[in-house]
Each structure stands twice: as C-alpha cells, then as structure tokens.
Design a protein around this ligand. Structure first.
Ligand code: KIV
Length: 290
C-alpha cells in the first residue's frame, strides 16, 4: 500500500540549501532498488543516494573501484521509479570522471537524462574543483565528497580516517572551500575527526553531510543496509544498527524450509480450489469410470 500522502512536498536543491540557513538537519541514505527506494522515500528521508557502495553491498565486489556507469545507472532507474519526494542523487563511479571534463559531463548527463537523477556526487577536493564547475555550468547539481574517499582506496593504502594531523586537516578544509567555490551544493565528509568536520561545517555556506564525521555536520548519511543490519561486511565504528534484518531474514527462511519439509506449507487456505460444481462433475466422472 502506498503510505505517501498525495501532497508530497518535493525536496529540491534549494530546499537542501535552505535547511542549512534554518539550522535544520538533513537526512540521506544510500539505497539501490525499487523496494528500498520506496521505503526510504515513504519515511521522508530527504535525499537518496544511489551510491557506488552498490559495488560491495549489492554486487559483491571487493571495493567500489570496479563498478561501472551501466551498473549504477540500472539501479538509479529502479530507485527513480520508487521515489516521489526525496532528492535523488547518483554517484559517479571511479573512472567515469577521471579522464577529462568532457567525460565527466557525458557520464553525469546520462545519470540525469537516462536515470532520472536530480544531482550527481563525485569524490575529491581541489583536484576535482574544475570538473565540478563544468558540471554546474551544465545545470547539473553536484555533491562533493572528501575525507575517506573509498574510490582512492589504493592511493590511501586502505580505509583510514583522514585529517588527523593539522597539516592534513588544513588540506581538507581547503578542499571543502574549493568545492563550495566551484558550485557544489553539498559536501559529504567521510571518515574524518569530529572536530575537523565541525570546523568545515562552520566555515561553509553549503551543507555538510557526514558519515563517520560526528554530529556537528549539517546532515548525516548512512548505507541503508548497514542501518538495517543487512550487510555482510564488518560494521564501521559510526554505524548504528536500527534493526537486525539479517537475523530476521535468516529466521524467516529457516522456518520456510522447515514448513515445506514437513508439508505444512502451503496450507489449505493458501491453495486455490475448484469451484463446487467442478468438484461434483469430477466426482461423477470418476465414479462412472470405476
Ligand atoms: O557510495 C556511497 O554509499 C557513499 C556514501 C556512503 C556517502 O558514497
């Protein structure tokens, strides 16, 4: 059943910017398909990110590096069909914007035109500022992403908290300011100390969306599967499990297997039946032929 009221008040980029001015927190979840997209939308979460975390969470890759534009696009389309209120953001995967501005534009345009996304996200700070400017000039809203950027796992040497020293914190602050200056409308801060995230949040006019970056960010993003306890990877320190769906699903599947094995599923009320006149005809036929 559709839980959504007919008068949905659509979340747009200006609405997100306004939230920062009003000091109202922003919620965002990474989700990847129609059913979860609907649940997230119906729960009035402000933004849905079809993140490249899709690679590990849904497609079973080791990192986010291998996932392609085609794979993410397929999922963006599914979420698009589900979402009415939330702002839909598509993640540009590794390799889809690293070659040059034209490649970045072509990739982002596909997500908007074919996928129905309303914004794109890309990783990197000052080194990506020019790309962000180009996309914004083409009317494409952009979310930046700095700190622990999973697409740089090989360059970073693993998934490590970033910005722990004053020098690296200063670099990240400069990255955030460059992205804002280039026209990004929000920035994901991932895996950085709370104190640094608070400083960046105070310095920027655009909202910061934290993941492992403490409570002072303007908003928070999590991977939906982590929040629901549906992931197969060890949870990071910042993940709060609001449910344990792995356990729930395992229990349900185990009961189904047992019910089928002992013949208690399906029951009579879960079966279709002949209408009474067909039953009578059948009985007549079988008595005649015996
Ligand atoms: O891919 C993703 O899900 C993300 C968020 C966790 C920020 O980039």
């Amino acid at each position: 059943m559709d839980q959504r009221s007919p008068a949905v008040s659509k979340v747009t980029v200006p609405v997100i910017l306004e939230r920062k001015l009003r000091g109202e927190k922003i919620t965002c979840l990474a989700a990847y398909d129609y059913s979860f997209g609907r649940l997230v939308d119906e729960a009035d979460i402000d933004m849905i990110l079809v993140g490249d975390s899709l690679a590990q969470v849904v497609l079973g890759y080791d990192s986010t590096v291998p996932v392609t534009v085609e794979e993410i696009l397929h999922h963006v389309k599914a979420v698009r069909r589900a979402v009415r209120r939330s702002l839909l953001i598509a993640d540009l995967p590794y390799g889809a914007y690293h070659v040059d501005d034209e490649q970045a534009l072509a990739s982002a345009i596909r997500f908007l035109k074919e996928g129905g996304a309303e914004a794109v996200k890309l990783e990197g700070g000052r080194v990506r500022a020019q790309r962000v400017r180009k996309l914004v000039q083409a009317e494409i809203p952009v979310v930046g992403h700095i700190g622990l950027t999973p697409q740089s796992v090989h360059a970073l040497g693993g998934y490590r908290v970033q910005g722990r020293t004053l020098d690296s914190a200063t670099e990240l602050l400069a990255d955030a300011e460059a992205l804002e200056e280039a026209g990004a409308f929000a920035i994901v801060l991932e895996g950085i100390p709370r104190e640094l995230a608070a400083l960046i949040t105070r310095r920027l006019r655009i909202p910061t969306i934290g993941i492992g970056a403490g409570p002072e960010c303007d908003g928070q993003v999590l991977v939906l599967h982590d929040l629901l306890g549906l992931s197969f990877q060890p949870a990071a320190k910042f993940v709060r499990h609001y449910a344990n769906l792995r356990e729930t699903i395992h229990g349900a599947l185990t009961r189904f297997r047992a019910d089928v094995a002992q013949g208690s599923y399906p029951a009579d009320h879960e079966s279709y039946h002949w209408p009474p006149e067909v039953c009578r005809q059948f009985e007549k036929e079988t008595t005649r032929s015996t």
